[in-house]
Write a protein that binds this ligand. Structure first.
Ligand code: BGC
Length: 740
């Protein structure tokens, strides 16, 4: 939670404000790219108060230079440490948010964020542009893998946990950093899943889907900053949106931190969106709307000074933005002596990628894996296997293993090509280590991208190490290896050129030569396990039908290959559950579980409407059964709660964890989702054990969003279900009457 402002801090901020020149105030509202050559010049000439994407000696030089300026106001350094400190060489990488969300485990996310904060702060930055709270229902969007999936409640809970982990109980702690929930708002719902276009959302949809996770991260967990999104809502760019940035964030939720724009979004208002005719106009409108800091917009400093001088921008408005930014600098303890000292190299050495952090990353990987199908082949028995063919372009590929926001990814801007090879355990590495008594052979066989992909997207063109030329004879060799092995593990998926920012796709089939490889391996008759290393769901109907087992490995952290090999060997029992529905085909989009009912036909003419894998799906090496749901009262009034209970049994032969899910639907005069996730619990059960699982639901939790966009209590009948996925046949329901 954010600490109450001490009178002393408030006083310090006002003292500083009084002493600042107009130019110095404007400088505080600017953030520049520290990777640019003119960073020091920007500090001296424009008094820039924050830099992003700068570390190491350059960060130290900037920090020292800021200390010697007239008022010595410390710099705030921001970094995209979004799945561990991925842009720092050989830091602890964790699985992506999409992967971690499959744990449904806020405690795990809090721990991931705490470790990230420790590594980040040790290296200098004090602020991360994380967590990502976009909800996306169209798998073509390049950035879906950065999200927590399609459900607002789950997203909100995991996001709040990450904010707590980053910020700790005191932002000034030397192992805490400021969080920045992003992108406010609707960025995941843009037209055609094309990055940064219009988000055509209604006021009700904002309140039903997009705002609640931010409310949790900001209002409940006390996030220090928020990033405004690239897109527009109802025609107004998010960075210029007064109603959202001031009306909702500040007035409704009491947010007292600051808002930063996304990359040059103030400039984009002019040259891309053409809603302002000059940088000056855009800068003024952004500040007036409540966007306090502009990220990477060049030439804004002089324009804002001129705007205040000409009376186009009230100095009060500028002061308010500066006050909010200084407040966070004070809260982070940046004005205190220890924070002003240089970087502690010994601390970096002991903290970055230390054994405890790697162990935590391994545990995070285990919880992120989803066993999608298993026709009895898994777990493998390592002692009985003589040979394993590990095939496919992602089996031993660092970029395919980890995905985006790491050194070497297009957004990174750092000179290193990638983390060290031995820093990351690929699936091949993991299998070789875990199945040491078997002969493990490998062939890459084909490429993930093909000619079509090579010509698309500006990030794609910068993609290092990606090739569209398959290894000569690779397919034949792979087929031979599969034929003579006891089992083939085929590791396919996507790579950074096919996902991430500005890398939206029009189809989501498994690409390049990978399907050909799968068909060839299948034809050999050798049992085939498919491991998917993907940023986000794909259309995998053939794979589901034809593989003996499918494991979704997502994009992993440093120990991903270890966790996947352990899963194959049955060393732990998988418990991950999908947080995003997987469609049968791309034409079935969107297929999220929490849609409104009311379609005139129960299916497409040429396809079912049920997804291939629903939200909440995931298998285990044991079996679970969820009994009938019962309510301890039939009518609920005032501030009462109802306990919905179900007996959950482990009906198999080994212990395991199951994620028990509780959904509800209310009666209301407006159309609303047919089912919404209310609560969930991770329950560990021994073989044969049966336990009653209680969900305590308050009267206030039964709500709907009215025509003005306000969440109000529902009345009348409410249906509540408990079960093991969002699919109707996996749920048992009961009825509660909501009164008064
Ligand atoms: C992305 C943000 C990121 C920022 C800084 C933008 O392009 O949309 O998510 O935090 O760049 O790197």
């Amino acid at each position: 939670m954010k600490p109450p402002e001490s009178p002393e801090t408030a006083q310090n901020i006002e003292d500083l404000l009084r002493r600042m020149t107009l130019e110095e105030k404007v400088g505080q509202t600017l953030q520049y790219n520290g990777a640019d050559d003119d960073a020091l010049e920007q500090l001296h000439n424009n008094h820039v108060g924050s830099f992003l994407h700068v570390m190491g000696e350059k960060l130290e030089a900037l920090k020292e230079a800021a200390g010697k300026t007239r008022l010595g106001i410390p710099l705030l350094f921001g970094i995209d440490a979004i799945r561990g400190h991925g842009l720092w060489r050989n830091a602890t990488l964790f699985p992506t948010q999409m992967a971690l969300s499959c744990s449904w485990n806020p405690d795990l996310l809090e721990e991931v964020a705490r470790i990230t904060a420790r590594e980040v702060r040790a290296t200098g930055p004090q602020w991360t542009f994380s967590p990502q709270l976009d909800i996306c229902r169209d798998i073509r969007w390049g950035r879906m893998g950065e999200t927590f999936g399609e459900d607002p409640r789950l997203t909100g809970a995991l996001a709040a946990a990450m904010v707590r982990g980053y910020q700790g109980s005191n932002l000034a702690d030397e192992e805490a950093i400021a969080a920045c929930p992003k992108h406010f708002i609707g960025y995941g719902e843009t037209v055609g899943a094309r990055d940064g276009t219009e988000a055509d959302v209604t006021r009700r949809t904002l309140e039903m889907v997009f705002l609640p996770p931010f409310r949790q991260a900001v209002h409940e967990a006390g996030a220090a900053t928020v990033m405004a999104a690239y897109n527009a809502v109802d025609g107004t760019l998010c960075s210029l949106h007064h109603e959202l940035l001031t009306g909702v964030l500040r007035d409704q939720w009491g947010f007292d931190g600051f808002v930063v724009s996304d990359w040059d979004n103030v400039g984009r208002a002019v040259y891309q969106k053409q809603v302002c005719t000059s940088i000056r106009e855009a800068g003024v409108k952004a500040l007036r709307a409540g966007n306090d800091m502009a990220m990477s917009t060049k030439n804004l400093a002089g324009e804002l000074v001129a705007a205040v001088t000409a009376g186009e921008l009230a100095e009060d408005v500028l002061d308010q933005a500066v006050r909010r930014i200084l407040r966070i600098k004070f809260r982070l303890g940046l004005f205190d002596q220890p924070a002003r000292r240089g970087i502690d190299r010994e601390k970096i050495r002991t903290v970055i990628n230390c054994p405890a952090h790697r162990a935590a990353s391994l545990e995070a990987s285990r919880q992120s894996l989803v066993l999608m199908t298993n026709h009895g082949i898994l777990p493998l028995a390592p002692e009985r296997l003589r040979s394993i063919a590990v095939l496919g372009p992602n089996a031993d590929d660092l970029f395919g293993t980890v995905g985006g926001w790491v050194i070497g990814s297009p957004q990174a801007e750092f000179p290193d090509a990638m983390h060290d090879r031995d820093h990351i355990v690929t699936v091949l590495d993991g299998i070789k280590a875990r199945f040491a008594s078997a002969t493990v052979v490998h062939e890459r066989a084909c490429c993930v991208v093909d000619q079509r992909h090579a010509i698309s997207g500006w990030f794609t063109q910068r993609q290092p190490g990606e090739t569209t030329t398959p290894p000569e004879g690779g397919m034949e060799r792979a087929t031979e290896l599969a034929r003579s092995a006891d089992v083939a593990v085929v590791v396919v998926g996507d790579t950074m050129a096919l996902q991430g920012e500005a890398n939206d796709r029009a189809d989501m089939d498994i690409s390049g030569g990978q399907m050909e490889l799968l068909h060839a391996v299948k034809a050999t008759g050798t049992p085939m396990i498919v491991v998917l290393l993907v940023g986000k769901p794909h259309t995998i109907g053939w794979i589901k039908e034809n593989a003996d087992a499918v494991v979704c490995g997502w994009n992993q952290g440093v120990e991903g290959g270890t966790a996947i090999a352990e899963l194959l060997a049955g060393d732990f029992n998988p418990s991950g559950r999908l947080t995003q529905s997987w469609p049968v085909s791309i034409g079935q989009q969107p297929v999220h579980y929490n849609q409104a009912p009311g379609w005139h036909a129960p299916r497409y003419v040429d396809q079912a409407i049920e997804p291939l894998f629903p939200f909440g799906h995931g298998l285990s090496y044991t079996t679970f059964n969820c009994g009938d749901a019962t309510a301890d009262r039939t009518t609920l009034t005032g501030d009462e709660s109802v306990t919905i209970a179900a007996e959950v049994a482990n009906t198999g032969s080994r212990e395991g964890t199951v994620i028990v899910q509780c959904y509800a639907a209310v009666h209301a005069p407006l159309v609303r989702p047919a089912r919404e996730l209310l609560q969930w619990q991770r329950v560990h059960l021994n073989a044969g054990e049966c336990r009653r699982v209680d969900f305590i639901i308050k009267r206030d939790d039964f709500t709907f969003v009215d025509e003005t966009g306000k969440r109000v209590p529902a009345n009348g009948k409410a249906e509540v279900w408990v079960g093991l996925s969002s699919r109707t046949r996996d749920l048992n329901g009961t009825i509660v009457q909501l009164a008064g």
